[in-house]
Write a protein that binds this ligand. Sequence first.
Ligand SMILES: N[C@@H](CCC(=O)N[C@@H](CS)C(=O)NCC(=O)O)C(=O)O
Length: 354
Amino acid sequence: MASEASQAQKARTALQELGENDKGEFKRKDSTYRSWIGKDKDFPAEAGRYHLYISWACPWANRCAATMYLKGLEDAIGLSVTHPTWQRTKPDDPSDEHTGWTFASPDDPPFSSSTGHGSFPPKECIPDTVNGAKYIRDLYEMSKDTGGKYTVPVLWDKKTKQIVNNESADIVRMFNSAFNEHAKNPDLDLYPEELVKDIDAVNDWVYPNINNGVYRCGFAQKQGAYEEAFQDLFAALDRCEETLGKQRYIAGNKLTEADVRLFQTLIRFDEVYVVYFKTNKYFIRERPNLRNYVRDLYHIPGIGKGVHMYHIKTHYLTSHPRLNYFAIVPHGETGPDGSGKGWWTEAPEGRDNF
Ligand SMILES: N[C@@H](CCC(=O)N[C@@H](CS)C(=O)NCC(=O)O)C(=O)O
């Protein structure tokens, strides 16, 4: 009982990290599981042993899914996909108000938001057949969680029944190099030796200002914190627009993990972030190099396959009652269920001139 009560107290979502400092800034906490898979590492790289838990909505989780598809690892690594709408994760305990990622089968009835609004069917969800978990939280509890934040992605070891790693940047690197024996595309290297410095340098400004920058805008609790994040975000996007006028990809003329990471934010930008996170200086589609870069990447099968606009729109707009109590989903270009034709589906122009 005592441990349940303390669990309830510390269970928290990113929204509880809003404005935890005086400046009202969103400060993302570090991931808690950081073990490594590979030769002479913490876990061996075996086919069929690991399972990836994601939401199609989450930009961090989708870096991992895209890398899995690009490398051709889908027969070696299992996949489960949550429902986009966060639900109460201890519905029978009124003292535990945590809401989070919940599993569903495509034939289950629709979910409503945790405040009872809307009706969101479990399209394109894949339930957890490995552990039979109902919530992502269950996996953390099975894995002796100490962090109290139940995030995706989760990379799970079926053999020892525990979380190996829940940091997307690590999982991308492991998928890129640890499983080559089991990969259909072992020669694709998203972190090649000759570009390591450039990739690291790009990640160093893209992560705080763009990937996390949109969250710093959307989750700020004071005007000053939002303004600072907004300026940082659009200065970094301007820098991308300029760079992508000179080269095909963000770290050079080769597709790398820096593109996989940047793409996830850009593809969510016009339909979600502009309105929901108030990142409204311009749309990505209004900048020619960014627009054609997104189209170029979207047409790479391993990347386009992971774009599920229904999940993206539904998740953000229906999961944070403090930001959108009635769970109304903005129409945008693709409609409230994300099924319309987005600008990114059109053919890119001029990208193969580089
Ligand atoms: N550092 C993590 C961040 C992952 C993360 O924040 N995921 C969000 C979804 S986009 C999440 O699961 N949030 C759950 C919560 O805040 O309770 C990574 O990059 O893997």
